[in-house]
Design a protein around this ligand. Structure first.
Ligand SMILES: Nc1ncnc2c1ncn2[C@@H]1O[C@H](COP(=O)(O)OP(=O)(O)OP(=O)(O)O)[C@@H](O)[C@H]1O
Ligand SMILES: [Mg+2]
Length: 275
């Protein structure tokens, strides 16, 4: 696995207008679980620095699609390309090597260690003392503070155990941790669903800040109002297919709701008409 030195800021990344290829492009992705066709041939592209909202009813296939992009599931069919280069991911470590990070709803933070420790989980800075590699706690705390400051994340006490923090603080730390890996693409599955209003604001601001720095973002959410604050584009899924895509200035809440449930209504009508 790539071991970035500290948490130095990302190299400049071309903007959506200057890039020759999408940051990530998936085509014809299919995935079946037993008799369930979770994905039935999905295409999606995200450009550098772009925030794409992924919406759809329960079981539409949103999480499955993003788990494939982040290497947690292997697709039955279809291609993935990063910056125009075809890739295959056998596991999440492969996706991480391609600088794709996913923040899960369960957050994967460690409750029993402090904020700085969580930011560096699995790649802690060490120093050599008499031939031994020791955890460099002072450097870890300093770099953690620097990294969180750069993202405008304010946690009063970096020495606090993560278990003592609010849901919103935990969420920003989980995102901050993913951002510390210098991702090209950051996927967030329902990052704001369990948060209070002020905490939602902090997470949305963080998403904007990361995108402004060139990170591409896929945001899954059922909170449609959040999408209009951060997204450039929205993709709508329905029963394993992408059924619509809209630039944010081409759509509104009513249109989106129609897209999410409209397909369903039409299908139900078709079933009734058919007998
Ligand atoms: N590991 C799995 N094993 C079996 N079935 C699965 C698995 N993962 C997903 N599915 C099924 O695939 C379909 C798509 O699920 P998925 O979790 O991708 O939906 P979703 O759009 O994320 O829904 P939600 O909004 O409820 O999170 C569902 O029918 C689900 O039951
Ligand atoms: Mg889901």
């Amino acid at each position: 696995m790539q071991q970035p030195e500290g948490v130095a800021p990302a190299a400049p990344i071309p903007t959506a207008t200057s890039a020759a290829a999408p940051r990530i492009e998936v085509t014809g992705i299919k995935k079946r679980f037993g008799s369930i066709e979770a994905l039935r041939g999905v295409d999606l592209a995200v450009w550098p620095g772009e925030v794409v909202g992924l919406v759809g009813d329960n079981a539409a296939g949103k999480s499955t699609l993003t788990k494939i992009i982040s290497g947690a599931y292997v697709p039955d069919a279809g291609q993935i390309a990063v910056d125009g280069v075809p890739v295959t991911f056998a596991d999440p470590a492969d996706a991480r090597d391609a600088r794709i990070e996913m923040v899960y709803q369960d957050l994967s933070l460690c409750d029993t260690i402090d904020v700085a420790g969580n930011l560096f989980l699995g790649r802690e800075p060490t120093r050599r003392v008499l031939g031994w590699r020791l955890l460099d706690k002072r450097r870890m705390a300093a770099e953690a503070k620097q990294h969180l400051d750069a993202l405008d994340i304010h946690i009063p006490n970096l020495g606090a155990l993560v278990a003592q923090l609010s849901g919103g603080q935990r969420q920003t730390i989980a995102i901050g941790r993913a951002a510390a890996f210098d991702p090209k693409l950051l996927i967030m599955d329902e990052p704001t669903s369990a948060l209070a209003v002020a905490e939602v604001d902090a997470v949305l601001r963080l998403i904007k800040r990361l995108a402004a720095g060139g990170v591409s973002i896929i945001l899954i959410t059922h909170r449609l109002q959040d999408l209009f604050r951060v997204c450039d584009r929205i993709a709508v899924m329905y029963e394993g297919l992408k059924v619509a895509e809209r630039r944010i200035d081409e759509t509104d809440l009513e249109d989106l709701v129609g897209l999410i449930v409209g397909e369903k209504a039409r299908k139900l009508r078709g079933a009734t008409d058919g007998g």
